[in-house]
Design a protein around this ligand. Structure first.
Ligand code: BES
Ligand code: MN
Ligand code: ZN
Length: 497
């Protein structure tokens, strides 16, 4: 899919398809007015007949309009003009996308991007539009034999800038959004792949494929033997119950100066979480193939960084293992030694994410990170607390947490902070080891982060619990590609522009 940014008066150049907005009630946007003028008042006449009111989410296709300005026009309802803001803009763009994808339109001139949205500029609108369209275009057909679903005809979209001097910033936003969307596509593919295909070794292979495609990337993969030598007792304990060997993946994007400290992204890569000996109930257990959503997001971000040749050092680190019950699996009550030297009593083998992450978080000390952000489908409790709207963010550095919150707000891939107060640490007390791996039912997301905080004392760190946002259940079951937009925006903001 191709996107470009243009400024011109819509309705003056002929186009195969023009998308224009209509406010409630029957109030034409500036672009719609221009089309109306170029078609001898055809829009006004149609609206008068009552075919469209301008309610949010409405769409209306118009064919055979007088004049030669457009082969077809798509009118999109914007709701009340006074209330037009971020949410109605997103809704209108989503409605446009749905209508376009069901049509035969190949090349489209989208004028919704010139509508004023309070507090948001053209680059923001362009970024949102590209992500919305790419989201609509996404298909996961890898495992369907026979007839694949037909691809939509849509190939090219021109985004109306409204103002000539917005064209260049708009184009840059488009480039960033396209890379972000490509990263999200990879993240979704990986999380949608089943556990029998997407194994720890598969994640390492995918990292290798990324490295091959970019000269800025450098890759190191540790196998079990190397992890043994390092002393990654926690990661190894989780992997032990599976026939699939674990992997530890370090993928470096070297876009910045040599001496620049890297931003380190750590991903939970449990390629299937059965719960282990503390076996999960059967219902919806299939969905636990997305328990590598954090790892998938890390790879998605690395892909986007490489595509953009982002002038920054970013390291992606993935702790990949499969959590299965087996004769060699860890038992409840087992005590293991982590890479940090601290010991953990494993009271519940289903709290495995924090175990693979703690060794990764110790390992990354040696990278002298500017900041470390881990992302993980860590707790069901996070879905109870925040639903599927927001990632939970917790960390040991207020500025870093703020950066992530703002990046989420900017992209609408939002996060919400939970407290990491010392008082919660008590819940992790063990009678037999330095700590237990669970803290009981109250504040499950917080105590999981408390556990991680014991391994991140040497650097600025924040944790994103993405259990709710990375996956959709129900009819549209599948991976979402979140939190790739949030993390990309966080990196863009760190570039200082
Ligand atoms: N991967 C799960 C968390 C999860 C649950 C993610 C549902 C997405 C949807 C994690 O490994 C887990 O099992 N956590 C336990 C922790 C508990 C044993 C302390 C949980 O949330 O129940
Ligand atoms: Mn688990
Ligand atoms: Zn898990």
């Amino acid at each position: 899919m191709e996107f470009s940014v243009q400024s011109g008066i819509p309705g003056t150049q002929p186009s195969p398809c023009i998308v224009a907005g209509v406010f409630e009630r029957r109030k034409l946007s500036a672009a719609a007015k221009a089309v109306d003028r170029a078609t001898d008042g055809a829009l006004t006449a149609l609206l008068k007949r009552g075919d469209m009111d301008g309610e949010r989410g409405q769409t209306l296709w118009l064919h055979h309009l007088p004049g030669t300005v457009a082969e077809r026009v798509l009118l999109v309802g914007l709701g009340k003009e006074k209330e037009f803001g971020e949410a109605p803009f997103r809704e209108a763009t989503a409605a446009m996308t749905r209508a376009l994808l069901q049509s035969g339109a190949e090349r489209v001139h989208n004028t919704l991007t010139e509508l004023p949205v309070k507090g948001r500029d053209l680059p923001w609108k362009a970024f949102q539009t590209v992500l919305a369209v790419e989201d609509g275009l996404y298909r996961f057909d890898e495992f369907r034999t026979g007839k694949k679903r037909p691809r939509p005809a849509l190939k090219q979209m021109i985004l109306e800038a409204g103002d000539e001097d917005q064209v260049a910033p708009g184009e840059r936003a488009v480039a960033r959004a396209r890379a972000t969307a490509a990263g999200m596509g990879l993240t979704r593919d990986l999380a949608n792949r089943p556990g029998n295909v997407c194994t720890p070794v598969h994640l390492a292979e995918e990292a290798k494929a990324l490295k091959k495609a970019s000269k800025d990337l450098k890759l190191e993969v540790l196998d079990e033997e190397a992890m043994e030598k390092e002393g990654m007792g926690a990661l190894l304990a989780v992997g032990r119950g599976s026939e699939q060997p674990p992997r530890f993946i370090i993928l470096q994007h070297r876009g910045g100066d040599k001496g620049d400290k890297p931003v380190v992204l750590v991903g939970k890569g449990i390629t299937f979480d059965s719960g282990g000996i503390s076996l999960k109930p059967g219902e919806a257990m299939d969905e636990m193939k997305y328990d590598m959503g954090g790892a998938a997001a890390v790879l998605g971000v690395m892909k986007a960084c490489a595509e953009l040749q982002l002038p920054m050092n970013v390291v992606g680190v993935i702790a990949a293992a499969e959590n299965m019950p087996d004769g060699r699996a860890t038992r409840p009550g087992d005590i293991i030694k982590t890479l940090s030297g601290q010991t953990v009593e494993i009271l519940n083998t289903d709290a495995e994410g924090r175990l693979v992450l703690c060794d990764a978080l110790t390992y990354v000390e040696r990278l002298e990170p500017a900041a470390v952000v881990d992302m993980a489908t860590l707790t069901g409790a996070c879905i109870i607390a925040l639903g599927h709207q927001a990632s939970a963010v917790l960390g040991n550095d207020t500025t870093l947490v703020q950066e992530l919150l703002s990046a989420g707000q900017e992209t609408l891939d939002r996060a919400w902070e939970l407290p990491l107060w010392d008082e919660y640490q008590e819940q992790l007390k063990s009678n037999f080891a330095d700590m237990a791996n669970i803290g009981g039912r109250p504040a499950g997301t917080i105590t999981a982060a408390c556990f991680l905080s014991r391994f991140t004392r040497k650097y600025k760190w924040a944790h994103l619990d993405i259990a709710g946002v990375a996956w959709k259940s129900g009819k549209e079951k599948g991976a979402t590609g979140r939190p790739v937009p949030l993390v990309m925006q966080f990196l863009f903001n760190r570039l200082g522009d």
